[in-house]
Design a protein around this ligand. Sequence first.
Ligand code: IPM
Ligand code: MG
Length: 366
Amino acid sequence: MTNSLLILPGDGIGPEVMAEVRKIIDWFEDKRGIAFEVSEDLVGGCAYDKHGTPLHDDTMAKAQEVDAVLLGAVGGPKYDNLDFSVKPERGLLRLRKEMDLFANLRPAQCFDALADFSSLKKDVVAGLDIMIVRELTSGVYFGEPRGIIEEGNERVGINTQRYTESEIERVCRAAFDLAMKRGKKLCSMEKANVMESGVLWREVATRVGQDYPEVELSHMYADAGAMQLTRWPKQFDVIVTDNLFGDLLSDLAAMLTGSLGMLPSASLGAPMANGRPKALYEPVHGSAPDIAGQGKANPSACILSFAMALRYSFDKGEEATRLEKAVEAVLAKGLRTADLLNVEGATPVSTSEMGDAVIEALNESL
Ligand code: IPM
Ligand code: MG
């Protein structure tokens, strides 16, 4: 089977972190004999600059055809005043929606070498390894009606939280499947105390849970979940939640680990004809325009996103682990990009030096 990959570096630090991923892809081709058919295109502000839209229809069509899309980051201050419909973020949201990538996997893993870097006490985060499964194609992000309307002599901003049973069911199933492969614990988070969509969410999660008797299912209000995540995050294994709560909780969980610069994500949809899921991989961090083009960005999150692609799209779990271990080894050696420099005894490295160090660690793994 061929392995087709569409690379969308995007804006800000996207292109520079993606350049490091290209080195890693080449390494897997050369040294592990895994061939990739790589194409590259625009998304976000750079696509707007060229085409007047953050995602050209041709790019959308390409994304639908490939085995996996790897995205850098979108957005920047230059685009802040654009109309909502052509903002860089709309490009990303269109990919998620049209590819129907309903399950967004956001691991929050604390690397040993970075445990001191978290704003929480070391014993709270050391060894942390949790997975947030965020629903990505529905809820208040997409619900209708939406908009800003005139009412009397003022304007009203409207968004709608809306979930069908089948939307809840499929993301819960994905989360239960993951829990089976991990610690067999799943916590579902909503606000069933104030939202009908939360009541339905809890009911459907419980029903799906009957098919997974081995998984210990618990429920938590999302606000309490945020509190528990900061109090004692190691109580969790897999968390499943809706689009907006997942957006918030995954940023929170990310910061437990010390740096957004380390965290990858996978957004998965239904299986395609070849059995592989529709998939888009991207770092959790944004385009960080303030440090773009200065060699300060940490390419690890994007590199680890490619590792997730190896695991979930290309059925190369062992090679994914090899890559994850290589990143860990580089951290253990004390190499640090600018985002991680406060750690004592760190050796500062640039974006490309970090990528080179990962390649070196991969070579050592052979
Ligand atoms: C994320 C981001 C996006 C979101 C933005 C860039 C549209 O915050 O992936 O978490 O809100 O989903
Ligand atoms: Mg977010």
